[in-house]
Design a protein around this ligand. Structure first.
Ligand code: 7TS
Length: 413
Protein backbone atom coordinates (compact mmCIF):
# COMPACT_ATOMS: atom_id res chain seq x y z
CA UNK A 1 0.00 0.00 0.00
CA UNK A 2 1.15 3.47 -0.76
CA UNK A 3 -0.65 6.02 1.36
CA UNK A 4 0.40 9.25 -0.29
CA UNK A 5 0.83 11.46 2.77
CA UNK A 6 1.61 9.79 6.08
CA UNK A 7 0.83 13.06 7.90
CA UNK A 8 -0.68 12.57 11.33
CA UNK A 9 -3.53 15.05 11.20
CA UNK A 10 -6.57 15.26 8.98
CA UNK A 11 -8.63 18.31 8.09
CA UNK A 12 -11.86 16.68 9.24
CA UNK A 13 -14.11 19.62 8.33
CA UNK A 14 -12.89 19.41 4.75
CA UNK A 15 -13.21 15.65 4.69
CA UNK A 16 -16.79 15.86 5.99
CA UNK A 17 -17.60 18.27 3.16
CA UNK A 18 -16.64 15.51 0.72
CA UNK A 19 -19.51 13.32 2.01
CA UNK A 20 -22.87 14.92 1.12
CA UNK A 21 -24.90 12.56 3.34
CA UNK A 22 -23.14 13.84 6.46
CA UNK A 23 -24.91 17.19 6.04
CA UNK A 24 -28.37 15.58 6.11
CA UNK A 25 -30.77 15.23 9.03
CA UNK A 26 -32.47 12.20 10.55
CA UNK A 27 -35.65 12.71 12.62
CA UNK A 28 -34.93 16.44 12.49
CA UNK A 29 -31.45 16.01 14.00
CA UNK A 30 -28.09 16.21 12.25
CA UNK A 31 -27.01 12.72 11.18
CA UNK A 32 -24.31 11.20 13.37
CA UNK A 33 -23.13 8.17 11.46
CA UNK A 34 -21.43 5.56 13.62
CA UNK A 35 -22.22 2.40 11.64
CA UNK A 36 -19.15 2.33 9.44
CA UNK A 37 -18.37 -1.34 10.02
CA UNK A 38 -21.67 -2.16 8.29
CA UNK A 39 -21.02 0.20 5.40
CA UNK A 40 -19.24 3.50 4.89
CA UNK A 41 -20.68 6.65 3.36
CA UNK A 42 -19.58 7.70 -0.13
CA UNK A 43 -17.56 10.77 -1.03
CA UNK A 44 -18.63 13.02 -3.89
CA UNK A 45 -15.69 11.72 -5.96
CA UNK A 46 -17.25 8.23 -5.96
CA UNK A 47 -20.81 9.43 -6.59
CA UNK A 48 -19.60 11.64 -9.46
CA UNK A 49 -17.46 8.87 -11.00
CA UNK A 50 -20.55 6.65 -11.16
CA UNK A 51 -22.71 9.45 -12.51
CA UNK A 52 -20.06 10.27 -15.14
CA UNK A 53 -19.91 6.62 -16.14
CA UNK A 54 -23.65 6.46 -16.83
CA UNK A 55 -23.80 9.93 -18.36
CA UNK A 56 -20.79 9.71 -20.66
CA UNK A 57 -19.13 6.29 -20.69
CA UNK A 58 -21.70 3.49 -20.28
CA UNK A 59 -20.95 0.43 -22.38
CA UNK A 60 -20.16 -3.24 -21.97
CA UNK A 61 -16.47 -4.04 -21.66
CA UNK A 62 -13.91 -6.39 -23.23
CA UNK A 63 -16.08 -7.03 -26.27
CA UNK A 64 -16.92 -3.90 -28.22
CA UNK A 65 -14.85 -2.28 -30.95
CA UNK A 66 -16.56 1.07 -30.53
CA UNK A 67 -15.40 4.13 -28.67
CA UNK A 68 -17.58 3.80 -25.55
CA UNK A 69 -16.65 0.18 -25.05
CA UNK A 70 -13.00 1.10 -25.25
CA UNK A 71 -13.47 3.90 -22.71
CA UNK A 72 -15.40 1.67 -20.30
CA UNK A 73 -12.85 -1.15 -20.66
CA UNK A 74 -9.97 1.24 -20.03
CA UNK A 75 -11.65 2.65 -16.92
CA UNK A 76 -12.47 -0.83 -15.61
CA UNK A 77 -8.96 -2.14 -16.11
CA UNK A 78 -7.31 0.98 -14.75
CA UNK A 79 -9.34 0.53 -11.54
CA UNK A 80 -7.83 -2.96 -11.35
CA UNK A 81 -4.43 -1.31 -11.54
CA UNK A 82 -5.35 1.00 -8.67
CA UNK A 83 -6.42 -1.98 -6.54
CA UNK A 84 -3.16 -3.77 -7.35
CA UNK A 85 -1.14 -0.79 -6.21
CA UNK A 86 -3.38 -0.17 -3.17
CA UNK A 87 -2.77 -3.63 -1.68
CA UNK A 88 0.73 -4.10 -3.08
CA UNK A 89 -0.03 -7.07 -5.34
CA UNK A 90 2.62 -8.18 -7.81
CA UNK A 91 0.40 -8.03 -10.91
CA UNK A 92 -3.18 -7.18 -11.94
CA UNK A 93 -3.61 -10.86 -12.82
CA UNK A 94 -3.90 -11.39 -9.06
CA UNK A 95 -6.85 -8.98 -8.67
CA UNK A 96 -10.27 -10.62 -9.16
CA UNK A 97 -13.40 -8.50 -8.93
CA UNK A 98 -16.16 -10.12 -6.88
CA UNK A 99 -19.46 -9.03 -5.34
CA UNK A 100 -17.77 -8.49 -2.00
CA UNK A 101 -15.91 -10.19 0.82
CA UNK A 102 -18.53 -12.91 1.07
CA UNK A 103 -18.17 -13.88 -2.56
CA UNK A 104 -14.36 -13.79 -2.34
CA UNK A 105 -14.43 -16.25 0.57
CA UNK A 106 -16.94 -18.49 -1.23
CA UNK A 107 -14.82 -18.38 -4.39
CA UNK A 108 -11.77 -19.68 -2.53
CA UNK A 109 -13.81 -22.36 -0.75
CA UNK A 110 -15.53 -23.51 -3.95
CA UNK A 111 -12.53 -23.39 -6.27
CA UNK A 112 -9.32 -23.78 -4.25
CA UNK A 113 -11.11 -25.72 -1.51
CA UNK A 114 -12.83 -28.27 -3.73
CA UNK A 115 -9.60 -28.89 -5.64
CA UNK A 116 -7.25 -29.11 -2.65
CA UNK A 117 -9.11 -30.20 0.48
CA UNK A 118 -9.76 -33.89 1.06
CA UNK A 119 -11.02 -36.23 3.74
CA UNK A 120 -9.13 -35.85 7.01
CA UNK A 121 -7.71 -32.42 6.12
CA UNK A 122 -8.19 -29.52 8.52
CA UNK A 123 -9.20 -25.92 8.01
CA UNK A 124 -8.59 -23.41 10.81
CA UNK A 125 -10.70 -20.33 11.49
CA UNK A 126 -11.05 -18.30 14.69
CA UNK A 127 -13.83 -17.84 17.23
CA UNK A 128 -14.29 -14.22 16.09
CA UNK A 129 -15.08 -14.85 12.41
CA UNK A 130 -17.97 -13.28 10.54
CA UNK A 131 -20.47 -15.93 9.40
CA UNK A 132 -19.20 -15.49 5.85
CA UNK A 133 -15.82 -16.84 7.00
CA UNK A 134 -17.40 -19.81 8.78
CA UNK A 135 -20.24 -21.16 6.67
CA UNK A 136 -18.37 -21.66 3.34
CA UNK A 137 -15.77 -23.75 5.20
CA UNK A 138 -18.44 -25.75 7.02
CA UNK A 139 -20.07 -26.51 3.67
CA UNK A 140 -16.70 -27.54 2.21
CA UNK A 141 -15.84 -29.71 5.23
CA UNK A 142 -19.22 -31.44 5.00
CA UNK A 143 -18.72 -32.15 1.33
CA UNK A 144 -15.14 -33.40 1.70
CA UNK A 145 -15.13 -35.02 5.12
CA UNK A 146 -12.62 -32.43 6.33
CA UNK A 147 -12.58 -30.89 9.79
CA UNK A 148 -13.06 -27.26 10.87
CA UNK A 149 -10.90 -26.25 13.84
CA UNK A 150 -11.41 -23.03 15.79
CA UNK A 151 -8.83 -20.80 17.51
CA UNK A 152 -10.35 -19.74 20.85
CA UNK A 153 -10.25 -16.18 22.22
CA UNK A 154 -9.74 -14.71 25.69
CA UNK A 155 -12.07 -12.39 27.65
CA UNK A 156 -10.54 -9.34 25.96
CA UNK A 157 -11.37 -10.79 22.56
CA UNK A 158 -7.79 -11.70 21.61
CA UNK A 159 -6.75 -14.88 19.83
CA UNK A 160 -5.06 -17.48 22.01
CA UNK A 161 -1.94 -17.87 19.90
CA UNK A 162 -0.67 -20.83 21.95
CA UNK A 163 -3.86 -22.67 21.12
CA UNK A 164 -3.43 -21.77 17.46
CA UNK A 165 0.06 -23.29 17.47
CA UNK A 166 -1.33 -26.46 19.03
CA UNK A 167 -3.98 -26.74 16.31
CA UNK A 168 -1.43 -26.50 13.51
CA UNK A 169 -0.26 -29.78 12.02
CA UNK A 170 0.54 -31.32 8.65
CA UNK A 171 -3.22 -31.93 8.36
CA UNK A 172 -3.81 -28.14 8.30
CA UNK A 173 -4.43 -27.18 4.68
CA UNK A 174 -5.94 -23.74 5.04
CA UNK A 175 -6.15 -21.00 7.67
CA UNK A 176 -8.82 -18.36 7.06
CA UNK A 177 -8.71 -15.51 9.50
CA UNK A 178 -10.21 -12.09 10.02
CA UNK A 179 -7.70 -9.23 10.04
CA UNK A 180 -9.85 -6.89 12.17
CA UNK A 181 -12.91 -8.23 13.99
CA UNK A 182 -16.17 -6.45 13.11
CA UNK A 183 -17.80 -7.17 16.47
CA UNK A 184 -14.82 -6.75 18.83
CA UNK A 185 -12.42 -4.47 16.98
CA UNK A 186 -9.48 -6.80 17.67
CA UNK A 187 -6.56 -6.40 15.27
CA UNK A 188 -5.17 -9.90 14.83
CA UNK A 189 -1.41 -10.62 14.57
CA UNK A 190 -1.81 -11.72 10.97
CA UNK A 191 1.88 -11.58 10.06
CA UNK A 192 2.68 -14.13 12.77
CA UNK A 193 -0.36 -16.25 11.88
CA UNK A 194 0.78 -16.40 8.25
CA UNK A 195 4.34 -17.39 9.22
CA UNK A 196 3.13 -20.16 11.54
CA UNK A 197 0.63 -21.49 8.99
CA UNK A 198 3.19 -21.47 6.19
CA UNK A 199 5.59 -23.43 8.39
CA UNK A 200 3.17 -26.41 8.26
CA UNK A 201 2.47 -25.90 4.55
CA UNK A 202 -1.01 -24.35 4.91
CA UNK A 203 -2.27 -21.46 2.77
CA UNK A 204 -3.71 -18.39 4.46
CA UNK A 205 -6.72 -16.32 3.50
CA UNK A 206 -7.22 -12.95 5.16
CA UNK A 207 -10.70 -11.48 5.59
CA UNK A 208 -9.80 -7.81 5.21
CA UNK A 209 -13.41 -6.52 5.18
CA UNK A 210 -12.78 -4.37 8.26
CA UNK A 211 -9.16 -3.49 7.66
CA UNK A 212 -8.73 -2.05 4.14
CA UNK A 213 -10.31 1.29 5.06
CA UNK A 214 -8.43 1.62 8.33
CA UNK A 215 -4.86 0.40 7.98
CA UNK A 216 -2.33 0.12 5.14
CA UNK A 217 -2.08 -3.39 3.68
CA UNK A 218 0.71 -4.88 1.60
CA UNK A 219 -0.08 -8.42 0.49
CA UNK A 220 3.48 -9.15 -0.64
CA UNK A 221 5.00 -8.01 2.63
CA UNK A 222 2.36 -9.94 4.64
CA UNK A 223 2.83 -12.93 2.32
CA UNK A 224 -0.85 -13.91 2.59
CA UNK A 225 -2.03 -16.30 -0.12
CA UNK A 226 -5.51 -14.83 -0.52
CA UNK A 227 -7.16 -11.66 0.72
CA UNK A 228 -10.79 -10.58 0.36
CA UNK A 229 -12.51 -7.25 0.91
CA UNK A 230 -15.68 -5.30 0.03
CA UNK A 231 -15.85 -1.99 -1.82
CA UNK A 232 -18.73 -0.66 0.26
CA UNK A 233 -16.73 -0.65 3.47
CA UNK A 234 -14.03 1.35 1.66
CA UNK A 235 -16.23 4.32 0.59
CA UNK A 236 -17.06 2.55 -2.69
CA UNK A 237 -20.33 1.11 -4.02
CA UNK A 238 -22.11 -2.00 -2.78
CA UNK A 239 -22.00 -5.17 -4.86
CA UNK A 240 -18.30 -4.91 -5.66
CA UNK A 241 -15.32 -6.44 -3.91
CA UNK A 242 -11.88 -7.83 -4.50
CA UNK A 243 -10.25 -11.19 -4.11
CA UNK A 244 -6.47 -11.12 -4.21
CA UNK A 245 -4.73 -14.43 -4.77
CA UNK A 246 -1.12 -15.34 -5.47
CA UNK A 247 -0.78 -15.87 -9.19
CA UNK A 248 0.52 -19.45 -8.98
CA UNK A 249 -2.43 -20.48 -6.80
CA UNK A 250 -5.01 -18.76 -9.02
CA UNK A 251 -3.44 -20.27 -12.17
CA UNK A 252 -3.83 -23.77 -10.72
CA UNK A 253 -7.42 -23.26 -9.51
CA UNK A 254 -10.46 -24.32 -11.54
CA UNK A 255 -12.94 -21.59 -12.57
CA UNK A 256 -15.61 -20.58 -10.06
CA UNK A 257 -18.43 -19.86 -12.51
CA UNK A 258 -18.81 -20.51 -16.24
CA UNK A 259 -20.01 -17.98 -18.80
CA UNK A 260 -18.95 -15.07 -20.95
CA UNK A 261 -15.51 -13.45 -20.53
CA UNK A 262 -14.02 -16.40 -18.59
CA UNK A 263 -13.41 -18.49 -21.73
CA UNK A 264 -10.98 -18.27 -24.61
CA UNK A 265 -12.78 -20.77 -26.84
CA UNK A 266 -15.92 -22.88 -26.59
CA UNK A 267 -17.09 -25.88 -28.59
CA UNK A 268 -19.58 -28.48 -27.42
CA UNK A 269 -16.65 -30.88 -27.07
CA UNK A 270 -14.18 -28.67 -25.26
CA UNK A 271 -13.84 -25.25 -23.63
CA UNK A 272 -10.58 -23.52 -22.83
CA UNK A 273 -10.47 -20.87 -20.15
CA UNK A 274 -9.34 -17.30 -20.36
CA UNK A 275 -6.13 -16.18 -18.65
CA UNK A 276 -6.10 -14.47 -15.26
CA UNK A 277 -7.86 -12.52 -13.94
CA UNK A 278 -10.71 -13.02 -16.45
CA UNK A 279 -10.90 -16.76 -15.74
CA UNK A 280 -12.67 -15.81 -12.49
CA UNK A 281 -14.92 -13.06 -13.85
CA UNK A 282 -17.77 -14.78 -15.69
CA UNK A 283 -20.48 -12.59 -17.20
CA UNK A 284 -20.86 -8.84 -17.52
CA UNK A 285 -19.31 -7.51 -14.34
CA UNK A 286 -20.35 -4.67 -12.04
CA UNK A 287 -18.67 -2.10 -14.27
CA UNK A 288 -19.83 1.02 -12.48
CA UNK A 289 -19.02 -0.67 -9.19
CA UNK A 290 -15.42 -1.19 -10.28
CA UNK A 291 -15.15 2.39 -11.52
CA UNK A 292 -16.64 3.66 -8.24
CA UNK A 293 -14.24 1.48 -6.27
CA UNK A 294 -11.33 2.93 -8.24
CA UNK A 295 -12.51 6.44 -7.33
CA UNK A 296 -12.84 5.37 -3.68
CA UNK A 297 -9.29 4.05 -3.58
CA UNK A 298 -7.98 7.25 -5.18
CA UNK A 299 -9.87 9.17 -2.50
CA UNK A 300 -8.46 7.11 0.38
CA UNK A 301 -4.96 7.49 -1.01
CA UNK A 302 -5.38 11.24 -1.29
CA UNK A 303 -6.19 11.34 2.43
CA UNK A 304 -3.60 8.72 3.41
CA UNK A 305 -4.21 5.55 5.40
CA UNK A 306 -1.54 6.33 7.99
CA UNK A 307 -3.32 9.57 8.85
CA UNK A 308 -6.71 7.83 8.84
CA UNK A 309 -5.43 5.13 11.22
CA UNK A 310 -3.93 7.73 13.58
CA UNK A 311 -7.18 9.75 13.60
CA UNK A 312 -9.29 6.69 14.34
CA UNK A 313 -6.94 5.56 17.12
CA UNK A 314 -7.31 8.94 18.83
CA UNK A 315 -11.10 8.71 18.56
CA UNK A 316 -11.08 5.12 19.80
CA UNK A 317 -9.18 6.15 22.90
CA UNK A 318 -11.47 9.13 23.48
CA UNK A 319 -14.61 7.02 23.04
CA UNK A 320 -13.28 4.22 25.23
CA UNK A 321 -12.60 6.69 28.04
CA UNK A 322 -16.05 8.29 27.70
CA UNK A 323 -17.89 4.97 27.75
CA UNK A 324 -15.83 3.76 30.72
CA UNK A 325 -17.26 6.68 32.71
CA UNK A 326 -20.82 5.43 32.19
CA UNK A 327 -21.55 3.06 35.10
CA UNK A 328 -24.05 0.83 33.28
CA UNK A 329 -22.04 0.44 30.09
CA UNK A 330 -19.76 -2.56 29.62
CA UNK A 331 -17.36 -2.73 26.70
CA UNK A 332 -17.21 -6.02 24.76
CA UNK A 333 -13.84 -6.35 23.06
CA UNK A 334 -10.96 -4.77 24.92
CA UNK A 335 -8.01 -6.13 22.95
CA UNK A 336 -4.67 -4.38 23.37
CA UNK A 337 -4.43 -4.07 19.59
CA UNK A 338 -7.76 -2.61 18.60
CA UNK A 339 -9.36 -0.69 15.74
CA UNK A 340 -12.16 1.90 15.91
CA UNK A 341 -15.01 -0.36 16.96
CA UNK A 342 -16.85 0.24 20.24
CA UNK A 343 -19.06 -2.76 21.01
CA UNK A 344 -20.92 -2.49 24.30
CA UNK A 345 -23.91 -3.51 26.34
CA UNK A 346 -25.98 -1.33 28.66
CA UNK A 347 -27.00 -3.11 31.81
CA UNK A 348 -30.72 -3.96 31.83
CA UNK A 349 -31.37 -2.64 28.29
CA UNK A 350 -31.58 -4.71 25.13
CA UNK A 351 -29.10 -3.47 22.51
CA UNK A 352 -31.94 -3.03 20.01
CA UNK A 353 -33.61 -0.57 22.38
CA UNK A 354 -30.30 1.28 22.72
CA UNK A 355 -30.10 1.50 18.92
CA UNK A 356 -33.71 2.62 18.53
CA UNK A 357 -33.48 5.38 21.12
CA UNK A 358 -30.18 6.62 19.68
CA UNK A 359 -31.83 6.69 16.26
CA UNK A 360 -34.41 9.19 17.53
CA UNK A 361 -31.42 11.46 18.22
CA UNK A 362 -30.13 11.04 14.66
CA UNK A 363 -27.37 8.67 15.82
CA UNK A 364 -26.83 5.58 13.66
CA UNK A 365 -25.23 2.61 15.39
CA UNK A 366 -25.73 -1.10 14.88
CA UNK A 367 -27.35 -3.47 17.36
CA UNK A 368 -27.34 -7.23 16.96
CA UNK A 369 -24.98 -10.17 16.68
CA UNK A 370 -23.13 -8.53 13.78
CA UNK A 371 -23.12 -11.86 11.91
CA UNK A 372 -20.74 -13.22 14.55
CA UNK A 373 -23.06 -15.42 16.63
CA UNK A 374 -20.15 -17.49 18.02
CA UNK A 375 -18.66 -14.27 19.47
CA UNK A 376 -21.98 -13.52 21.19
CA UNK A 377 -22.03 -17.09 22.56
CA UNK A 378 -18.45 -16.68 23.81
CA UNK A 379 -19.48 -13.60 25.82
CA UNK A 380 -22.87 -15.04 26.83
CA UNK A 381 -24.80 -12.25 25.12
CA UNK A 382 -27.61 -12.19 22.56
CA UNK A 383 -26.32 -9.01 20.97
CA UNK A 384 -24.27 -5.85 21.46
CA UNK A 385 -24.65 -2.22 20.50
CA UNK A 386 -21.81 -1.17 18.23
CA UNK A 387 -20.47 2.25 17.28
CA UNK A 388 -17.88 1.96 14.53
CA UNK A 389 -15.64 4.81 13.44
CA UNK A 390 -14.37 6.15 10.17
CA UNK A 391 -12.21 8.97 8.90
CA UNK A 392 -15.03 11.54 8.98
CA UNK A 393 -16.05 10.95 12.61
CA UNK A 394 -15.22 13.49 15.30
CA UNK A 395 -14.95 13.73 19.06
CA UNK A 396 -18.28 15.62 18.88
CA UNK A 397 -19.91 12.49 17.41
CA UNK A 398 -18.75 10.52 20.44
CA UNK A 399 -19.97 13.25 22.81
CA UNK A 400 -23.36 12.97 21.08
CA UNK A 401 -23.27 9.19 21.53
CA UNK A 402 -22.74 9.64 25.25
CA UNK A 403 -25.59 12.20 25.47
CA UNK A 404 -27.73 9.67 23.61
CA UNK A 405 -26.81 6.97 26.12
CA UNK A 406 -27.87 9.27 28.96
CA UNK A 407 -31.19 9.59 27.16
CA UNK A 408 -31.41 5.79 26.94
CA UNK A 409 -31.00 5.65 30.72
CA UNK A 410 -33.69 8.34 31.20
CA UNK A 411 -36.24 6.79 28.85
CA UNK A 412 -35.89 3.34 30.35
CA UNK A 413 -35.66 4.38 33.97
N1 7TS B 1 -16.10 -10.24 7.09
C1 7TS B 1 -16.17 -9.27 8.02
C2 7TS B 1 -15.10 -9.17 9.05
C3 7TS B 1 -17.22 -8.36 8.00
O1 7TS B 1 -17.26 -7.40 8.91
C4 7TS B 1 -18.21 -8.48 7.00
C5 7TS B 1 -19.42 -7.57 6.98
C6 7TS B 1 -18.08 -9.48 6.03
C7 7TS B 1 -17.02 -10.35 6.12
C8 7TS B 1 -19.03 -9.64 4.90
O2 7TS B 1 -18.92 -8.55 4.03
P1 7TS B 1 -19.92 -8.39 2.80
O3 7TS B 1 -19.60 -7.04 2.25
O4 7TS B 1 -19.64 -9.50 1.84
O5 7TS B 1 -21.31 -8.47 3.38
N2 7TS B 1 -19.73 -7.01 8.23
C9 7TS B 1 -20.85 -6.33 8.54
C10 7TS B 1 -21.06 -5.74 9.80
O6 7TS B 1 -20.25 -5.76 10.72
N3 7TS B 1 -22.26 -5.15 9.81
O7 7TS B 1 -22.83 -5.33 8.61
C11 7TS B 1 -21.96 -6.06 7.82
Amino acid sequence: MTAATPSATLDIARIRDDFPILATQVHGKPLIYLDNAATTQKPRAVIEAIQRYYTEENSNIHRGVHHLSEVATRKYESARGLVRQFIGAHTTREIIFTRGTTEGLNLVAASYGRANISKGDEIIVSAMEHHSNIVPWQMLCQEKGARLRVIPINDRGELLMDEFEKLLSPRTKLVSIVHISNSLGTINPVRRIIELAHAVGAVVLLDAAQSVAHTPIDVQSLDCDFLAFSGHKLFGPTGIGVLYGKQALLEAMPPYQGGGDMISSVTFEHTTYNHLPHKFEAGTPHIEGVIGLGAAIAYVQSVGLHAIAAHEQRLLQYGTTLLAELPKVRMIGTAREKAGILSFVVEGVHPHDVGTILDTEGIAIRAGHHCTMPVMDRFGLPATARASLSLYNTAADLDALVRGLHKVAEVLR
